[in-house]
Write a protein that binds this ligand. Structure first.
Ligand SMILES: NC(=O)c1ccc[n+]([C@@H]2O[C@H](COP(=O)([O-])OP(=O)(O)OC[C@H]3O[C@@H](n4cnc5c(N)ncnc54)[C@H](O)[C@@H]3O)[C@@H](O)[C@H]2O)c1
Length: 259
């Protein structure tokens, strides 16, 4: 029970990494607030958590809307009396995966920036406000990407993730005196989440499996990355076992960026 008694907000909890993390956090004893733009998807995650004996609630949140983020934090505090962990996990892909840099419109740039960077900015800001009010520290985890560590396609998407990485390090340093830890996980391609469909590639199962195996073959460890891989890293980084770890960007990538 690595997260016993902790109240954790997870954004993007209706799918992929967020859902897998909600399930693992609850298994480790956390009370999970599942935030997602898609309220039905968040509620389904709550159902899965409760079915396994855990505690969770759903809140409809657009992470790029400050009023929503304030309400998300307030909901966690109202329901559980305090806040211990905020996992800013939402990220959206380019409108069409594989599109070239010059194909991006300014609107594409604004949307990617507002959700991927703006959402993490707002999530970090209001976590820090609450943690400082409580006065006994707190944990923030952000989801970056290998696309923010190396040039890897998805140019504008990758740039928003690079911004997430830098914010992670800077907030970690500034907030360390308050006992607030801030880290990021940086996944490689995870073909089995909803991300590819969100990027216009909703493949039938056999093609999806081919894509997954091809992606995995590009990693030194030779396997595709899953949402569950990220959830395990998230549990550790949000737990007291990582009590002296802050400001780090942890690739969950089968060794991809180490090459
Ligand atoms: N899947 C990949 O290949 C991959 C690779 C590297 C990094 N990532 C990152 O991992 C994180 C999780 O991605 P995933 O693969 O689980 O994706 P996913 O599409 O399965 O899940 C994303 C969730 O975020 C929600 N969402 C979208 N916009 C939102 C908003 N404005 N406010 C609140 N919720 C919103 C969606 O409804 C969905 O439930 C993202 O930050 C993504 O950028 C994904």
């Amino acid at each position: 029970m690595l997260l016993d008694g902790k109240t954790a907000i997870i954004t993007g909890a209706g799918s992929g990494v967020g859902r897998a993390s909600a399930r693992r956090f609850a298994e480790e004893g956390a009370r999970v607030v599942c935030a997602d733009l898609d309220a039905d998807a968040a509620k389904e995650t709550v159902r899965l958590v409760e079915q396994a004996g855990g505690t969770a609630t759903a809140v409809r949140t657009d992470v790029s809307n400050e009023d929503d983020v304030v309400a998300m934090v307030a909901a966690a505090v109202d329901q559980h009396g305090r806040l211990d962990i905020v996992f800013n996990n939402v990220g959206i892909p380019t409108p069409r995966l594989g599109m070239s840099f010059q194909e991006h419109t300014y609107d594409d740039y604004l949307k990617l920036t507002n959700v991927n960077f703006g959402g993490v900015f707002l999530g970090c800001k209001h976590a820090v406000v609450r943690f400082k009010e409580q006065g006994d520290g707190g944990v923030i985890l952000n989801t970056g990407s290998v696309a923010g560590l190396v040039g890897w396609g998805g140019t504008v998407y990758g740039a928003t993730k690079g911004a997430v990485h830098q914010l992670t390090k800077a907030v970690a340093v500034e907030c360390a005196p308050f006992g607030i830890r801030v880290n990021a996980i940086c996944p490689a391609a995870m073909p089995y989440t909803g991300f590819m469909a969100a990027g216009g590639m909703d493949l039938p199962d056999d093609q999806l499996e081919q894509v997954a195996q091809a992606a995995g073959a590009g990693h030194p460890l030779g396997k595709p990355i899953t949402a569950e891989d990220c959830a395990e890293a998230a549990v550790f980084l949000c737990s007291d076992r990582a009590a002296n770890i802050t400001g780090v960007l942890v690739p969950v990538d089968g060794g991809y960026v180490a090459r």
